[in-house]
Ligand binder design. Sequence first.
Ligand SMILES: NC(=O)c1ccc[n+]([C@@H]2O[C@H](COP(=O)([O-])OP(=O)(O)OC[C@H]3O[C@@H](n4cnc5c(N)ncnc54)[C@H](O)[C@@H]3O)[C@@H](O)[C@H]2O)c1
Length: 333
Amino acid sequence: MGERPVAVLAMRDDLVGQIFPGPVLARLTDLVDCDPAAIFTDAGAPPPALAAARILITGWESPQLDAAVLTAAPGVRLVVHAAGSVKQLTTPELFAAGVTVSSAVAVNARPVAEFTVASIVLATRRVFRYAADYRAGISRHGYPVGEDTGLYGLTVGLVGASQIGRLVLAMLADHGVELLVYDPFLTPGQAAELGATAVDLDTLCRRSDVVTVHAPELPETYRMIDERRLGLLRDGAVLVNTARGALVDTEALAARCATGRLDAVLDVTDPEPLPVGHPLLGLPNVLITPHLAGTRGRELRRFGEFVVSEVHRWLSGEPLLGRVNPDALSHSA
Ligand SMILES: NC(=O)c1ccc[n+]([C@@H]2O[C@H](COP(=O)([O-])OP(=O)(O)OC[C@H]3O[C@@H](n4cnc5c(N)ncnc54)[C@H](O)[C@@H]3O)[C@@H](O)[C@H]2O)c1
C-alpha cells in the first residue's frame, strides 16, 4: 500500500481522539497515510504533510479552505467534513479548483432530530409544567381528564424540510399526528412523499399545535416566527426551535410564554446564550438547553465512521453519500 494517498486532519485537536477512536483510526489508516498528531489548525503554521495531501479531513474549527490553503496544499482533491455545515469552511476558490467536498451533515442531523421528537413528546405531555409543580411541592398525581395533553391526534408543523426536518417527519410518521410543512423550495408532491402537506407559513402557524423550526439562518429567515405569527398560534401551542435563535423573535415569544399562552423548547436562542436572569429561563412551561442537540460525546464517533466510509467510496470510484452541491449552499444551513 505504498501508494496510499496522504490525508491531513484539520479540526480542533481535542476532538480527534473522539471522532477517530482506535478502531476507527485503524480503518482510516488502512486506506490513507494519516498522522493523527500532525493536525492543521492554524493557517499560519501548516504541517509539512499538507504539501503532499490529497485528502483533507476537516471538522469544527478547521481553517477556512481559501486560496492560501490551496497554495499550501496544491494536491488536494477531496475534502471530507466530519461535522455539519460547510458554509464557513468552503470558499468559491475551493470549488473552482474542482475539489470534491463531502459533509457529514446527514450524520449530524440524526441527534438533532431525536432531540426534536423527544422534545415534542415531552412538551405535548406538558412534562415541564408538571415536573415544575412537583418540584414546588404541588402534587398532580392521579388521572386528570380533559386536559390539553398528549401528542396523539395533534398537528405538527415543520418549518424547513431540511435534513433534520425530513428525519423528524420520518420519526413522527407513526405517532398518529397530522404533518404540515413549509419550505419555499419544496413542491406539494415532494411534501406528500415525505408524508406531509405543504402549506404557507401563516397557515402552518394557524393550524399547528406544535411548530418545529428547521430552516437555515439566512437574511430571509430572520425572525420568520415573529410577533404576528406567534399571534396566529392557538392557545397552548408548543414552539420547538433547534435551528437558530435568530429565526424567532425571542422577546415576543418570552412574553407569550410568560402568560402561559404558549409552551416552548429552545435549544437555540437570540441572543445565545441568554443573559442570566432572562425571563425565559425561569418559566415552568419552557425548556431552554445550551445548543446541545447536535452531535456530542460518544456520537462523535459517527463522524469518524462517516469519514472512513466516504474515503473508501472515493478511492473505489463510488458516489459519495455526503457530496456537497455548491449551488445549493445559498439556501442551506
Ligand atoms: N441545535 C443544533 O445543535 C443544530 C445542529 C445542526 C443544525 N442545526 C440547525 O438546524 C437547521 C437545519 O439544518 P439542516 O442541516 O437540516 O438544514 P439543510 O441545509 O439540510 O436544509 C435547509 C432547508 O431549509 C429550507 N429553506 C431555505 N430557505 C427557507 C425559508 N426561507 N423558509 C423555510 N425553509 C427554508 C431549504 O429548502 C432546505 O430544505 C439549521 O438552522 C441548522 O443551523 C442546529
